[in-house]
Design a protein around this ligand. Structure first.
Ligand SMILES: [Zn+2]
Length: 139
């Protein structure tokens, strides 16, 4: 059962590979954490449950990156083809960071803080292996 997965970053990433954005919710005070935490920061309780996020949120911050990590270079991003790294405030409250797609990365002026976003899962084939990364796109 999915409920039995430990509240770790590994479990969180495993959910993403299965195209689910999951967080942990404190059963005592209702605070939600993405990625999942096993201990509530607010009330120090470890009575947590996995909850699936709606995947809706808004853009809180972003940066256009022209010199990427080797992983992004491998994915085909470079100076001529920058990618957008963003922070999204989920409707449920937590902030997550993810790649922003479906926008004009070369024209940061066209990307607006506060714009509604929805989750998308980005599949990349690298060396015969399919990777799934968390992404967001305009809703
Ligand atoms: Zn709590």
């Amino acid at each position: 059962m999915s409920q039995e997965k430990p509240f770790t970053i590994e479990s969180y990433l495993e959910y993403i590979r299965n195209k689910k954005l999951m967080g942990s919710k404190c059963n005592e005070c209702g605070e939600t954490y993405v990625p999942a935490r096993k201990l509530c920061n607010k009330c120090m309780n470890s009575n947590m449950q996995w909850v699936e996020m709606s995947g809706k949120g808004e853009l809180a911050a972003f940066t256009s990156i022209t010199v990427g990590t080797p992983y992004f270079v491998e994915k085909g991003y470079d100076r001529k083809n920058p990618y957008c790294f963003s922070v999204i405030k989920l409707d449920e409250g937590p902030m997550v960071s993810a790649q922003l797609v479906g926008v004009d990365e070369g024209k940061p002026d066209s990307i607006n803080i506060g714009m509604p976003l929805k989750v998308t899962f980005l599949e990349t084939e690298i060396k015969g292996e399919t990777r799934v990364d968390l992404g967001f796109e305009p809703a």
